[in-house]
Design a binder for this molecule. Structure first.
Ligand SMILES: Cc1cc2nc3c(=O)[nH]c(=O)nc-3n(C[C@H](O)[C@H](O)[C@H](O)COP(=O)(O)OP(=O)(O)OC[C@H]3O[C@@H](n4cnc5c(N)ncnc54)[C@H](O)[C@@H]3O)c2cc1C
Length: 318
């Protein structure tokens, strides 16, 4: 049986830059805030020194250090941090609104129940999804081992490290084609590997790939290999291909099951939000990579701040 804890004003799901940024804003506004997630699961955690080149005012800082500082800031304003995964969220019965604080648009106020992996239950008046996107379990042997050492999930972030070098893009849908085309500005030596899957590119993108002379291979890749950095891929046929960079675009969202139970609307595995970071469900906000491209630190922090400010206003108006 799940054990109930006290009611929070806001629960933030995710301990990456979006979640921590939101939490700094809500806690600083004296809103009772709980941030749940694993900072080591944030994409930012694994970025080594010198690799974040495009975040305002930051040089030679590791992702881990940035997260540790963010956690300290949130705690300083009395946010509670829980390094756990959430396995379920439920919308519970509406609570009777106070006379002076009826729900927005005449709706009764809902309470959300969040259940963590250890079966503990936490209740909240508002929720912020800051869950990032999941880079699933590794699809190719050694993918995680070489993450940040030649393997990347983001052309926009890492393309400049592969200027004029041979690279491959792995995937089979439109995002793969778009990523490959984006990389053309940095190198001409690009190939797409569908890893045995059927291509699902639009004709327009196919034509552009042809124009840029980007070859598409259907071969399966069994292994990524190298010493400290990526040096080659080994195909199922045994053939070895020399590469310096591998961009993997096949990802799926981790939050699907959580959003489905709340009926939060998504499109292409991203949560749909308006400019206030509100979802279609009152009291539920979303920020960061989980709302879509560009999946960048600056966007995550900015959207986190906006979600934090608007979730605070929502709680105060209840
Ligand atoms: C190798 C690499 C290099 C990069 N380089 C750059 C760069 O140079 N510049 C740049 O701007 N961006 C870069 N990025 C992208 C940047 O790291 C992300 O855009 C940023 O981390 C997104 O922040 P986020 O908070 O939205 O998601 P994340 O940082 O991914 O955090 C997601 C959080 O959600 C939590 N979570 C997920 N599911 C659950 C659940 N069920 N229950 C509880 N918690 C959950 C996770 O535990 C995690 O704490 C890079 C990314 C990678 C992988």
């Amino acid at each position: 049986m799940a054990r109930r804890e006290k009611i929070y004003d806001i629960i933030i799901i995710g301990m990456g830059p979006a979640g921590l940024s939101a939490g700094i804003y809500t806690a600083r506004a004296n809103i009772k805030t709980l941030i749940i997630g694993k900072s080591a699961d944030s994409k930012l955690y694994h970025i080594p020194p010198g690799k974040i080149e495009n975040y305002f005012g930051l040089e030679r800082c590791t992702g881990k250090k940035l997260l540790e500082t963010g956690k300290k800031q949130a705690k300083k304003f009395a946010a509670k941090l829980l390094e756990k995964n959430i396995v379920e969220i439920k919308k519970t019965k509406a609570v009777k609104p106070a006379k002076s604080a009826a729900g927005q648009n005449g709706q009764k106020n809902k309470i959300f129940e969040v259940i963590t992996e250890d079966k503990k239950k936490y209740s909240t008046k508002a929720l912020i999804f800051a869950v990032g996107t999941l880079t699933t379990t590794e699809k190719i042997s050694n993918e995680k081992k070489f993450l940040g050492k030649g393997v990347s999930y983001c052309a926009l972030c890492d393309a400049s490290f592969f200027r004029d070098k041979p690279i491959i893009v792995i995937g089979s849908d439109d995002s793969t084609a778009k990523e490959a085309l984006e990389l053309c500005a940095y190198t001409r030596d690009i190939q797409i590997y569908t890893n045995g899957e059927k291509i699902r590119f639009t004709n327009r993108l196919l034509k552009k790939l042809e124009e840029k002379k980007i070859k598409i291979n259907g071969n399966k890749i069994t292994k990524i290999a190298g010493d400290k950095f990526v040096e080659k891929i080994i195909l199922q046929s045994g053939k070895i291909i020399s590469v310096k960079g591998i961009f993997i675009t096949q990802k799926s969202a981790s939050f699907t099951s959580l959003t489905v139970s709340l009926e939060v609307k998504t499109k292409n595995n991203f949560i749909i939000v308006n400019r206030k970071q509100e979802t279609n469900i009152k009291g539920v906000f979303a920020a960061g990579d989980c709302t879509g491209n560009p999946t960048q630190l600056a966007k995550a922090v900015g959207e986190g701040a906006v979600a934090g400010i608007n979730a605070t206003a929502f709680v105060q108006q209840r």
